[in-house]
Design a protein around this ligand. Sequence first.
Ligand code: FAD
Length: 391
Amino acid sequence: MYDVIIVGGGPAGSIAAQRAAKDGLDVLVLEKAVYPRSKICGGGVSQKALDVIGGIDKELIEREAFGARIFLPDYQNFAGTLNDRVAVMTRRENLDHWLARRAEDVGAVVQDGEAVKDVVFTKDCVEVVTSKNRYRSRMVIGSDGVNSMVARRSGIRTRWGDDIGRCLEAEVKLGENVVDECVGDRLVEFYFTGDRGYGWIFPKRDRISIGIGEFAPRVNDLKGSFSRFVRDVSVRKNIDIEGKITRINSYRIPAGGFPRRVHGDRVLLTGDAAGFVDPFLGEGIYYAMKSGEIAADVAAGAVESGDFSDRFLHEYVMRCEKEFNYDLKSALKFANFAYGHRDLFLKALWRDKRLFMEYLRTVRGDMTYTDFNRWCVLRSPVTLAKLIIGR
Ligand SMILES: Cc1cc2nc3c(=O)[nH]c(=O)nc-3n(C[C@H](O)[C@H](O)[C@H](O)COP(=O)(O)OP(=O)(O)OC[C@H]3O[C@@H](n4cnc5c(N)ncnc54)[C@H](O)[C@@H]3O)c2cc1C
């Protein structure tokens, strides 16, 4: 019998496995895909996420971003950069494979190509049924992403509500020089063209991730918006991005900051399965890894005490709340304001350079959304003056 079975070997699952194995637990990770497996994602890893990883293999860094260029709906644009690196651009197939191997190196058993078909909760253990086998463990960590079957089988959640968004993304191979020409050096691009979301171009070594996402359950014609966005960008940059797209991927993304159940008897949910995603930016890798780390520690406590009850595992909720989930609620307040008054917000970001810098610092992890919101309130007279004066 394993101490813990982790369903899903993305960032949440691999970091949870690494931590739990280090804590001395017998850990099994079951991943349905075969590594290196792709995940529909921009692959941007913020500095605060890198701090959780604690040192990343240089080979995984495709490019570095020190700031962002923001495009208004009419394509007027402005850029802001920090002296410090805000994020690195990675390819998820490489990052996730590397994270899984790191978990194996410290003793976790990682079985890829093995999809979990069922999870049965009994009084004494959890039975995990896969395409190949049947395993028993003291508890299970659901790190199986936005469509989590662990969430469903445990009865924690049957379906998402209005807190789910959708993205369309394509990885387009352009060659290294054209990527430089397309996005420039050290920046990522955000296009605020939608209602509650944005388009992006994230540069990789020889390709870009181009996509569009909306945090709304029913988005009218996202496919049409994506096509228009890619066509417009191709024309404006005079680079044939549209013609080089071979495949468009679609995926769901949960918005964080909403009250949700993330645990039950013998079960914890992490990452996307729990809905831990920045509701403004869609950043999820940091929250996946952070929640994975906390879940492993709480699982170690449960194994030590022999208590796997919902009540004991509530410790997970408390620690997530303290370390990042309270802040996701602040992020949601910020998102509601910024998307609710999009034009005013973008104008303020343009006119008030300091505001832009402080937001980049928030993404980097130097300050929390809670601090940033407070800072914005105190700053509002200056921002307002800059808006009125117009510079
Ligand atoms: C288009 C798009 C762009 C994004 N861009 C960024 C970005 O640039 N930066 C960022 O920080 N975040 C980004 N995100 C969010 C980020 O991708 C997720 O938040 C993050 O991947 C969550 O990690 P996770 O480990 O919880 O889940 P996932 O990465 O989804 O991993 C879940 C794993 O579980 C496996 N699995 C699922 N079901 C089963 C099963 N039944 N049995 C076994 N295994 C199973 C899957 O194969 C997968 O490997 C983006 C999301 C989208 C949709």
